[in-house]
Structure formats: C-alpha cells, structure tokens
Design a binder for this molecule. Structure first.
Ligand SMILES: [Zn+2]
Length: 125
C-alpha cells in the first residue's frame, strides 16, 4: 500500500470530490486489509478497485513539438530589447540618445517602446 493520506477521489456514492479514508480492517488481532471510505459521505468501498481516483491534471503541458523555433526566437528577442538594438537609438560623440523618448539612454537600457532596428548595417571601415 502506498501513501495513506490525501488521496483524492470522486466518490461514486455521493459524487463529491473527496479524500479517501483508509483504516485498517482487523479480524481479531490480525490485520486483514483496509477499510476504504469516502471522507464526504462515509460510503465504504469493497475494494480499492471500486474507488474512482480523481485523475491528476497533466503536468506536462508542453510537448516536444511545442518547443519549436518561435518560442526560442521570442526569448532571444526579449533578451535583446536593448536600446542599442532599437531603431530610435542614436549615438553621437557626446551621448546616446533615444529618438522616441527624447532623452539620454544607455546602450543596455530597455524600454517598452522598443522597436527593433532592421538589419544593422556593418560599420564602414
Ligand atoms: Zn461520498
């Protein structure tokens, strides 16, 4: 027998989602089995096979197929919402400037108006 507490069932007698109570069944001094009862209504089950255990919700929501490219791209995009990648980011010899917010920024700032700069041109050599 496994864990004796906190086992959820859907009671076939009262229909409630309840806990299954287990109590040892004795014949004289000898333990002959277990008494399985519904915590909600007290219905006694003849055997464990008669108990309808509550199905556990599937924990594994994501399958291998879900772990595809779009998610990964999104994550990389999140990590790179930096001003230096933004179309509004302007850098000049004196400061780094956000053309959207009209304020000084850092290259590693992030902001909610981030707009990815299309294909950065390689710096002229
Ligand atoms: Zn019940």
């Amino acid at each position: 027998m496994t864990e004796s507490k906190g086992i959820e069932i859907v009671c076939s007698a009262c229909g409630a989602e309840a806990l299954l109570l287990r109590a040892p069944r004795f014949e004289g001094l000898r333990k002959t089995g277990e008494i399985l009862t519904c915590a909600a209504c007290g219905h006694e089950y003849a055997s464990e096979a008669d108990v309808s255990f509550k199905a556990r919700p599937a924990l594994k929501v994501f399958t291998e197929a879900d772990r595809s490219a779009p998610v990964k791209v999104f994550r990389e995009g999140e990590a790179e919402r930096l001003c230096r990648h933004c179309v509004h980011y302007v850098v000049n010899p004196f400061m780094q400037w956000c053309g959207m917010h009209k304020k000084e920024v850092e290259a590693t700032d992030t902001c909610d108006r981030f707009k990815r700069r299309p294909d950065p041109k390689p710096p002229p050599l």
